[in-house]
Design a protein around this ligand. Structure first.
Ligand SMILES: NC(=O)c1ccc[n+]([C@@H]2O[C@H](COP(=O)([O-])OP(=O)(O)OC[C@H]3O[C@@H](n4cnc5c(N)ncnc54)[C@H](OP(=O)(O)O)[C@@H]3O)[C@@H](O)[C@H]2O)c1
Length: 285
């Protein structure tokens, strides 16, 4: 089976490529080789490759910058997915798209269900929610996977940023009033492979699904665990305020019962996935 992968150089795109499966031929395109906002080029690529499934891991993911670069963020996170959905609809091809916990306000006191009302509190979250809606309105055969706080040894993410800051600072302050579920890109890639397998076995599980690690944690406690695992003696203080452009949801925890029921996917443990990523980062930097 042929999978057209868009955004191949990102955290999830790279993890998907690294988690190779023999029965899948992946036609992978990074930003430079295929811009998701370029409909004509997407159409040409569709005709050339005639994929059995499209996986969109491309996105504008800089949450603070999105407050300023609104037009670009909207194009990548909404117009791009809409382009893909329209082409997939024409070709009768399933589309898997990645979305985010940031479509929610974070004001709920328990984990968010797929059926909960979305209410993004920053522009990035708004563009991702609009991207979801554009897909839903254009193509029935879609599966939108909302994930949270992705980390890996590449690109920009919390784990990598903390290890970089540890080289320059002996103490750091980290927010303690935002709860999330950090999720390794490789765990998401494995889930994607399982979902793709199910689709090719004839399941038609279209709709929105949540997938994230099992243990919710504050960024402060996540930072503590990272430095303990890295054996770095950094002093961290908990703070309620960290100056940044975009507001963040306070309680950003996704309920993953639906994906478990449909695909038998269990939630990974970030504590288990973290050490190998830290080792790679310490070795490579
Ligand atoms: N990162 C997180 O913490 C997080 C949390 C929740 C949900 N998500 C969602 O999960 C998905 C994967 O995230 P990720 O962490 O893997 O993101 P990432 O590492 O930032 O990768 C996104 C990729 O998209 C590419 N891209 C940007 N604009 C593009 C365009 N116009 N056309 C084609 N490609 C373009 C980027 O290339 P360049 O870098 O070269 O521009 C980058 O390689 C996204 O849908 C994201 O919204 C991420």
């Amino acid at each position: 089976m042929k999978v057209l992968l868009i955004g191949a150089n990102g955290q999830v795109g790279q993890a998907f490529l690294n988690d190779k499966k023999q029965h899948i031929i992946v036609h992978a395109y990074d930003h430079a080789s295929l811009d998701v906002t370029n409909y004509a080029l997407l159409e040409k690529t569709f005709l050339e490759k005639s994929p059995d499934l499209v996986l969109n891991t491309s996105a504008y993911t800089n949450v603070d910058k999105a407050e300023k670069e609104k037009e670009q963020a909207f194009k990548v996170n909404c117009t791009g997915p809409e382009n893909l959905a329209k082409l997939c609809a024409k070709a009768n091809t399933p589309l898997i798209h990645l979305s985010t916990d940031y479509v929610f306000s974070g004001e709920k006191k328990e984990s968010y269900l797929e059926t909960d009302e979305t209410y993004p509190i920053n522009y990035y979250g708004y563009t991702k929610r609009e991207g979801e809606r554009a897909i839903q309105n254009s193509h029935k055969q879609h599966l939108i996977l909302r994930v949270s706080a992705v980390f890996s040894a590449i690109k920009i993410n919390f784990v990598k940023t903390l290890l970089r800051l540890a080289k320059e600072h002996s103490s750091l302050s980290v927010v303690n009033n935002q709860i999330t579920c950090p999720t390794a890109a490789l765990d998401i890639a494995k889930a994607l492979h399982q979902i793709i397998q199910a689709i090719f076995l004839g399941e038609t599980p279209w709709g929105i699904y949540h997938f994230c690690s099992a243990e919710a944690v504050s960024w402060y406690n996540f930072a503590k665990t990272i430095f303990e695992a890295a054996k770095l003696p950094i002093e961290i203080t908990a703070t309620d305020h960290y100056p940044c452009l975009a507001k963040r949801p306070a309680f950003s925890v996704l309920n993953c019962k639906k994906i478990h029921d449909h695909f038998s996917l269990t939630q990974p443990l970030w504590r288990t996935s973290l050490p190998s990523i830290i080792n790679t980062l310490l070795r490579d930097t």
